[in-house]
Design a protein around this ligand. Structure first.
Ligand SMILES: [Mg+2]
Length: 296
């Protein structure tokens, strides 16, 4: 399929479509053997995923945006998340005001990540990164457009905040550049976009050879979440050491009824962790009646 479409489809929506087919095939194979997909991927390092909350998008129609963001952030702290990711990329002054307000509200112990969704050029991102350094930012995600690999390298030279990226990259060929040129400190391939399990295994192997941590990007329906949990179970440490950190799993908390209703199973966080389904395949079943309700 890739060969048929490669002339026009080396990245983007074509690869995302191939990813869906690939993930479905792994699900079928798991069901046929009666084992979870992570067993087919080599076995589980872990039975549950330590999650951080993705949210904190600028709310609309509220009297005070910083106050609303702080309230949301405190809700994540109360819920038991180990950390959270703040959407930035508005302008440098606004971004910094949100970062400051949230760090002061949640205290020093929780992880705080920021995601600019490639809103800046390198010089803007360097200014922002330096200004954010006092607020203990765990990573700075997509500071510049995904095509601007030299921009990433320039920011890396001027800031101590680790850079994360990769949700807009595809296949082993795209990730080869990110890995070999050491463009990011944390690689964030999206299983549902970059090629599915088959391609992800190759990228994880390449990343391990470069000792580059993989923190998968997870942002989609319950099917995507279930698939990402299977991958996460089998994800090695980068590097392996005597007492490795529990890796982080992205858990989108922005409201989205389709994401949550598409599977019959619900994912519930307990004590800051999501259980990884032990059922065959991806471990989820589609709610076809629910899906029909969203048909166009
Ligand atoms: Mg992102």
């Amino acid at each position: 399929m890739y060969n048929w479409t490669r002339d026009q489809g080396q990245k983007g929506v074509t690869i995302a479509a191939l990813s869906a087919v690939d993930i479905a095939l792994w699900d079928i194979k798991g069901r046929a053997f009666g084992v979870p997909v992570y067993t087919l991927l080599g076995g589980a390092y872990r039975r549950r995923a330590r999650v951080y909350a993705t949210g904190l998008y600028e709310p609309q129609g509220v009297p005070s945006i910083p106050a609303a963001l702080v309230e949301e952030a405190l809700g994540y702290r109360r819920a038991g998340f180990c950390g959270m990711k703040l959407k930035i990329g508005y302008d440098l002054r606004t971004d910094l005001s949100y970062v400051r307000a949230i760090r002061e509200a949640i205290g020093p112990d929780l992880l705080l990540m920021v995601d600019a969704n490639h809103a800046y050029n390198a010089s803007e991102a360097i200014r922002l990164a330096r200004a954010m350094e006092p607020y203990d930012i765990h990573w700075f995600e997509e500071p510049v457009p995904p095509e601007d690999l030299d921009g990433y390298l320039e920011i890396k030279r001027h800031s101590t905040i680790p850079l994360a990226g990769g949700e807009c990259e595809y296949t082993r060929y795209g990730f080869r550049e990110l890995i070999n040129r050491r463009v990011v400190d944390i690689l964030q391939p999206d299983l549902c976009a970059m090629g599915g399990f088959s391609e992800m295994l190759k990228v994880v192997a390449m990343a391990s050879a470069a000792n580059l941590p993989v923190v998968p990007h997870v942002w989609g329906t319950g099917v995507g979440l279930a698939a990402a949990l299977q991958l996460f179970a089998a994800l090695p440490h980068f590097p392996e050491r005597r007492f490795p950190d529990d890796p982080l799993f992205e858990y989108d908390r922005s409201p989205h009824p389709f994401r949550d209703g598409v599977t019959r199973e619900r994912f519930v966080m307990r004590d800051g962790y999501l259980e990884i389904p032990q059922r065959p395949g991806l471990g989820v079943t589609l709610d076809r009646d629910f899906i029909r309700g969203f048909a166009a």
